[in-house]
Design a protein around this ligand. Structure first.
Ligand code: ADP
Length: 402
């Protein structure tokens, strides 16, 4: 069975065509700069490649190009789109309406439209592609929606409520939803598999650290807390996002600088975080380089992020009442051994002790346990694979439907 996995960003459309017998990607690619000048990249498992600048005025045009490239020309991998069993769509925020993945129907679309504004840059694009799929691939083609928020829907009210008047929760459903749920779910399952234990017996803290970052507390397979909030702006400081702040910083700045809500949002989402504090870059590698060359602000950012991650891990171990495993994933989590060293330093009293040699050796897509044999908790580096989980969910939904 072949499943096409689509990940629609605000100006991009990433895709992978998954073969479910081998659980590997037969082809993958990315349409970038949609709505701007347009750039397209595609590659197949046997090394064929397409790359070009091409006008991509909207997501529907980009999707048409993906279908054409998969079925026609030098890097085609399918005879026809009929060889695709279903399409799985990554969706950023399904609010409270979607505690699990679903097959798309008219009523699912109606429900989703009620929460579309919870991720204003991403949710409308995901829906645009879902609708384009239904139009271009016909009624017989099943589409699934796999929500980044579903995994966090098991959080109890004391973890997801904010300390603001209850009426705003009732009116606007303002609460913590979290994000990266598909990644936290994938790595927690994979961690249990590597430990040869049942997920339902384990207390795990999962750290997804990339351009966007979040940490989750996973208690016997259920998420009980996560660092991101109403939107992916909350929690840890990130590449360009501020993370958590004293809320009065926001109102003070708006007054002092005479900023509109949109302008304030732009500062918090695009001009803050690593970039805003360092004045160097939003990219963790650039910060390491700049700090090594003596940039004090870059060094402060590195110290800030390492300290914040450590604090979250400590608080989540307290929330879980113990720890069996700590997992690092995402571009920074998988690759930055100096960050893992700093985060795990002096955590012996919480059962975490890493082996320097194993830590340094585990980078660039490698999976491994970097804890010492004596460490009470295991510490894993696990490359995330959200696309595989989306494809698995889609396959399962098709099988349930029969
Ligand atoms: P996204 O959240 O966009 O999916 P990624 O998970 O790919 O992002 O993570 C991107 C981040 O990973 C960037 O900050 C990048 O600098 C960082 N990164 C990648 N490789 C390394 C490395 N070897 N050392 C430190 N950071 C790295």
């Amino acid at each position: 069975m072949k499943i096409l996995v689509i990940n629609a960003g605000s100006s991009s459309l990433k895709y992978q065509l998954m073969d479910m017998d081998s659980e590997t990607a037969i082809a993958s690619g990315n349409c970038e700069r949609i709505g701007l000048d347009g750039h397209f990249k595609h590659k197949t498992v046997d090394g064929r490649k397409v790359e070009m600048n091409i006008p991509l005025p909207d997501h529907e045009t980009a999707f048409e190009l993906v279908l054409k490239t998969l079925t026609d020309g030098s890097a085609a991998v399918l005879k026809s789109t009929k060889d695709i069993a279903a399409v799985g769509h990554r969706v950023v925020n399904g609010g409270e309406n979607f505690p699990s993945s679903v097959l798309v129907t008219d009523s699912v679309i109606e429900e989703f439209e009620k929460v579309i504004n919870f991720a204003p840059l991403h949710n409308p694009k995901a829906l645009e592609i879902v609708k384009a799929c239904r139009k271009k691939l016909g009624k017989d083609m099943q589409n699934s929606m796999v929500f980044d928020t579903s995994f966090h829907q098991t959080m109890p009210p004391h973890a997801y409520m904010f300390g603001i008047p209850f009426e705003y929760y009732e009116k606007y459903r303002l609460r913590r939803y979290g994000a990266h749920g598909t990644s936290h779910r994938y790595v927690s399952h994979r961690c249990a598999k590597l430990m040869q234990k049942n997920l339902s017996d384990l207390k795990i803290v999962t750290c997804h650290l990339g351009n966007g970052s979040s940490i989750s507390a996973v208690n016997y397979g259920r998420c009980i807390d996560t660092s991101m909030g109403f939107t992916p702006l909350g929690g840890l400081m990130m590449g360009t996002r501020s993370g958590d702040l004293d809320p009065s910083v926001v109102t003070e700045l708006m007054q002092k600088e005479n900023l509109s809500p949109m302008e304030m949002e732009e500062i918090l989402n695009e001009k803050s975080g690593f970039l805003g504090v360092s004045g160097v870059s939003s990219d963790a590698r650039d910060l390491q380089e700049a700090a090594a060359k003596g940039s004090k602000r870059a060094q402060i950012v590195l110290n800030m992020i390492r300290y914040q991650i450590k604090k979250y891990i400590g608080s989540y171990i307290a929330a879980l009442g113990g720890l069996d495993a700590l997992v690092f994933t995402g571009g920074i989590g998988e690759n930055s051994h100096p960050l893992r060293t700093a985060v795990c330093a002096n955590m012996d009293y919480l059962g975490i002790r890493i082996d320097d040699g194993k830590n340094i050796a585990t980078v660039f897509g490698n999976e491994g346990d970097i804890a010492t044999p004596e460490s009470k908790a295991r510490v894993y580096v696990i490359p995330t694979n959200e696309e595989l989980l989306i494809a698995r969910d889609t396959q399962e939904l098709l099988e349930q439907q029969g």
